[in-house]
Design a protein around this ligand. Structure first.
Ligand code: ADP
Length: 163
């Protein structure tokens, strides 16, 4: 039976930190479904189509990675996709408390689904989508923070906001 994992997040926009986790997870699981969250509570800068399209663009070399979006409970989405593993990336201790609580809650809701944490690559431990938007808006370089193929799109979007 193939092992399917879901990697959920806002990906507003996808960063090299996300891509590192996706690539490593794709080496471990038969299939990785990147689930873009519709109901995150945060108002995203990039709409759902843009976030999905950027993820498709940067993962096009990974044949066992699928990009999708979802709404509602993550464990229900995993069941629908026949996924038995949730992948989360951990950057710092500050991520830990919230992720620990979420993992325990998801386990209570669906004990047949495991949450697995992957440590960030140390190069990306400081990297978040909000940092990318902030740096881009302030005119800083996004080299090494996001993949080159989405550079122009991200730069244009964050700067349109300031006008
Ligand atoms: P953010 O807006 O904080 O960048 P997302 O909601 O899009 O994050 O994050 C999706 C998942 O990716 C979460 O599990 C998060 O911990 C993880 N993640 C985000 N950035 C990194 C990074 N630089 N290294 C490793 N994991 C990360």
């Amino acid at each position: 039976m193939s092992k399917i994992a879901v990697y959920p997040g806002s990906f507003d926009p996808v960063t090299n930190g996300h891509l590192d986790i996706i690539t490593r997870a794709a080496g471990v699981f038969d299939q990785v479904i990147v689930g873009v969250l519709q109901n995150s509570g945060k108002q995203p800068l990039f709409n759902m189509d843009e976030r999905v399209q950027m993820l498709k663009n940067v993962t096009s070399n990974l044949p066992n990675v699928i990009i999708d979006c979802f709404d509602g409970l993550l464990v229900n989405y995993c069941d629908k996709q026949k996924a038995t593993v949730i992948i989360k990336g951990l950057r710092a201790v500050s991520d830990f408390e919230y992720e620990f609580q979420m993992a325990l809650m998801n386990y209570k809701l669906s004990p047949h689904i495991e949450t697995l944490f992957m440590m960030t690559n140390s190069k990306y431990s400081y990297l978040s989508s909000s940092m990318v938007k902030e740096i881009g808006r302030l005119g800083g370089s996004l080299d090494d923070l996001i993949p080159p193929s989405i550079m122009t799109q991200v730069f244009n979007k964050v700067n349109d906001l300031g006008r």
